[in-house]
Design a binder for this molecule. Structure first.
Ligand code: SAH
Length: 529
């Protein structure tokens, strides 16, 4: 949540607020080829600042997580989830209407807005209505989907030109303005062609190039969903590519690459597909707040990550008991925190109560694992006195009992409402005085995102990860009648407690992390054969 200061210290609205209230504006943002990481820094800033986001079909849904939570998202294309494609006139008018209503519009377009993206048409329309548009370049498929398929589109020795071509032209223009004769001539000198929107007409395009003199043995490649975790590609020649694409069932969106560079086989070019989790689709079930670190870890290794938050975090019904305990924290010997969420809760209450790290002088702090320990250092500014070797409640209790003579000591335990009883019970049995308060509540999330359900139904999920018992319980509850969808999917458990819960629910873990943390969970999936 953070501190929210709507006004400056004189009680006046801040400059940014005044600016934000002023006229609407529109920005065409190149969203890149479908990997959320490939938007530009400026493009991301505009997205984060938008009231309304209008997205094209090929824009990755994960980018939308960067839009403000209350921003309205309008899908302009079927693939993106709309019932039907909006006509270009409708999109143009929509943009005008939203800007005139004073809203900041982020218009996300796949790749680069001006590369076969009708960006210029949108700018012209807006300009004719007196609306100035900012346009942010993007990473186009021709340079990115090729790169990740191991094809450098130029090369000092073999390719000195690269030509972007559309395989699909404006039907109203009548006929094709693409003349394949000069293109074939370029290819013969080693030039590269990147053909967009051509997959449906592949045989025709290849035929025209061959008719115009491009040799049968000219290297050719087709890359579908390039630069994303779902990338698939085939490499061949003009003589073979049509059959290869049919056999591999590649379809749109795909880029066709023709030229010597498509036949390069130098070490290192295939780095993208060699990443350890490349090609694996992984559903993660953590809370929305916690998902991003884990998602990034997996995505960096090449996985296609789908988020299915199963838990929502809520504040306790009242802060009174927690605040009261924190004000009197000096009376305790130990503060015990068992999750980063708990640490976050303490940090927030410290802020609200005007307290800081000094309050913890003289109080020992125990953490259940390394992630919590790190949060204690960064958010509370103190170094934990104890982190057990195994990241489970029992190990924490045993370490307190064995190494710290807990009998007669006063322990403040701040954690989730649904946490297991093992920790306070063991400590109490060893003679400690345990005070426990709920610092956050967990509730089952509303429903699974539609794209996650669809992927499960189509059997397109390789792994589902469970990072706590509640993620397993909640996912099963959310699936309801459709819990069989988990059959045949590999299930990854973060540790023994979660595994036990899974088994109780009839889910057999395929792998279990050791150590029980996110890097451990990532490692077992990487190591699975
Ligand atoms: N403005 C976009 C192109 C829009 S036209 C850009 O600059 O990339 C849509 C075509 O782009 C698709 O038919 C396909 O040929 C290509 N394309 C877009 N994303 C792609 C991807 N991830 N992999 C391969 N081709 C892609």
């Amino acid at each position: 949540m953070g501190l929210h200061r709507p006004h400056n210290r004189h009680g006046l609205p801040t400059l940014t607020q005044i600016e934000k209230k002023s006229a609407g504006r529109v920005c065409l943002v190149g969203a890149g080829p479908g990997d959320a990481g490939l938007i530009t820094v400026t493009g991301l800033a505009r997205l984060r600042d938008a009231d309304v986001v209008v997205v094209d079909a090929l824009v990755t849904p994960t980018l939308l997580e960067h839009a403000p939570p209350d921003a309205r998202v309008i899908h302009a294309g079927k693939r993106g989830g709309a019932d039907r494609d909006l006509e270009q006139d409708q999109i143009n008018q929509l943009l005008v209407d939203e800007v005139r209503a004073g809203r900041r519009v982020g218009r996300l377009k796949g790749g680069d807005p001006y590369v076969f993206g009708r960006g210029a048409e949108e700018v012209a329309y807006l300009a004719s209505h007196g609306i100035e548009v900012e346009v942010i370049p993007g990473v186009t498929a021709g340079t990115s989907a090729t790169l990740t398929a191991g094809i450098p589109i130029t090369h000092r020795q073999i390719a000195s030109t690269v030509t972007f071509v559309t395989g699909h032209e404006d039907p109203q223009k009548g006929g094709s303005s693409v003349d394949y004769a000069p293109l074939a001539a370029l290819v013969k000198t080693g030039g590269t062609l990147c053909i967009y929107m051509g997959i449906a007409r592949l045989a025709k395009i290849v035929g025209r190039l061959r008719d115009a003199g491009a040799g049968d043995d000219t290297p050719a490649a087709v890359v579908q969903w390039g630069a994303t975790a779902a990338q698939r590609s085939v490499l061949g020649t003009l003589a073979t590519i049509v059959d290869q694409v049919r056999d591999a069932q590649l379809s749109s969106p795909a880029i066709i690459v023709v030229g010597r560079v498509a036949g390069l086989d130098e070490p290192g070019l295939d780095f993208f597909t060699r990443r350890p989790l490349f090609g694996q689709r992984i559903v993660i079930t953590r809370t929305r707040q916690q998902a991003s670190t884990f998602r990034d870890m997996l995505a960096d290794l090449g996985a296609d990550v789908l988020e299915a938050p199963t838990i929502e975090l809520r504040e306790p019904e009242t802060w009174a008991p927690v605040d009261d305990a924190l004000r009197r924290i000096g009376e305790y010997d130990w503060l015990i925190l068992t999750s980063t969420n708990g640490v976050e809760g303490v940090a927030k209450r410290f802020e609200a109560l005007g307290m800081d790290a000094r309050t913890l002088a003289g109080v020992k702090v125990a953490s259940i694992g390394d992630a919590t320990a790190e949060a204690i250092q960064t958010r509370l500014g103190v170094r934990p006195d104890l982190v057990p070797d195994h990241y489970v409640a029992e190990a924490l209790a045993d370490a307190l009992i064995d190494q710290h003579d807990i009998a007669g000591k006063r322990c403040l335990l701040l954690r989730a409402d649904i946490a297991r009883k093992a920790l306070p019970e063991r400590l109490a049995a060893a003679g400690a005085h345990v005070t426990e308060h709920t610092i956050y509540r967990t509730v089952v999330a509303d429903a699974l995102p539609q794209h996650v359900l669809d992927a499960l139904r189509r059997k397109q999920v390789d792994w589902v990860t469970f990072t706590s018992s509640s993620t397993a319980r909640n996912l099963v509850e959310m699936l309801g009648d459709e819990r069989d969808l988990l059959q045949g999917v590999r299930l990854a458990s973060i540790g023994p407690i979660t595994s036990r819960t899974m088994r109780d629910l009839g889910l057999e873990p395929t792998v279990e992390a050791d150590p029980s943390n996110l890097p451990g969970l990532t490692d077992v999936m990487v190591g699975y054969r």
